[in-house]
Ligand binder design. Structure first.
Ligand code: ATP
Length: 228
């Protein structure tokens, strides 16, 4: 499902972000990626949807060979992956429904199919009644739910989230985490970078810890393990 073999990343300015990462994530797993600021977590995650390219090594995601992938095939890869960010990245002038629909229009679905799918995924995140609201009319937690709905729109096999609760208060963070848990219960793989110690420690899922660009710990039912 997700396989990295001896992956290195050096950015053009000479910063070494990852130094020989090897990892295997199976379909249906729930994985937390933890580590100090600057450790390489975001780089690790961005490699999976080819936002950044490896300097060396091999990466396979959902059957795509990431280094060999032609640019015109990138949309196909990204349709199989839903991505959720810390700052939501919703389009501010589009309603909740339109933000989700946008992800479906680019793949050429018809109006009626889009409407049905938008209702379906906004329902899955508990926001069916907010379809016509603009992001500015929604709370932070609701905006993140819309972003999760958008990530689910194409029925991806993997959801990747980079610090999705970083801008949310503790209660709202738990709501969002339970949402990811439900998505995972239905069989979708979840890979999440997070600094949220309490959540990681109570969920007891697989924890991959990265420090200085290397995996220093990879445990099933792991703990957060850092003092910050
Ligand atoms: N585009 C870039 N150009 C140059 N260096 C970069 C770039 N992106 C990240 N880096 C560097 O690569 C290293 C790893 O960064 P990365 O963002 O992957 O860490 P992180 O673990 O996600 O940190 P945080 O928890 O603060 O988000 C850092 O030293 C960072 O400064």
């Amino acid at each position: 499902m997700i396989e990295m073999q001896d992956v290195w990343k050096e950015y053009p300015n000479g910063t070494s972000a990852l130094n020989g990462i090897s990892v295997h994530i199976q379909k249906g797993e729930f994985v937390y990626v933890v580590g100090p600021s600057g450790a390489g977590k975001s780089t690790f995650i961005k490699l999976m949807y080819r936002e950044v390219r490896p300097s060396k090594g091999h990466i396979f995601v959902n059957g795509f060979n990431i280094e060999r992938l032609k640019d015109r095939k990138i949309p196909l890869l990204r349709r199989s992956i839903g991505v959720v960010f810390q700052d939501f990245k919703l389009l501010p002038k589009l309603t909740a429904g339109e933000n989700v629909a946008f992800a479906l229009e680019v793949i050429g679905l018809g109006h009626r199919q889009i409407r049905r799918r938008v209702t379906d995924v906004l329902g899955q995140v508990g926001l069916e009644d907010k379809v016509d609201m603009l992001p500015s009319q929604l709370s932070g937690g609701e905006q993140q739910r819309v972003a999760v709905a958008r990530a689910l729109a194409n029925n991806p096999t993997v959801i990747i989230a980079d610090e999705p609760t970083g801008n949310l208060d503790p209660d709202t963070s738990w709501d969002i985490m339970r949402l990811f848990q439900r998505i995972n219960d239905r069989g979708t793989t979840v890979v999440m970078a997070t600094h949220n110690r309490d959540i990681v420690n109570s969920m007891r899922r697989r924890v991959i810890a990265i420090e200085n660009g290397a995996i220093v710990r990879d445990e099933q039912k792991g703990l957060y393990g850092y003092d910050e």
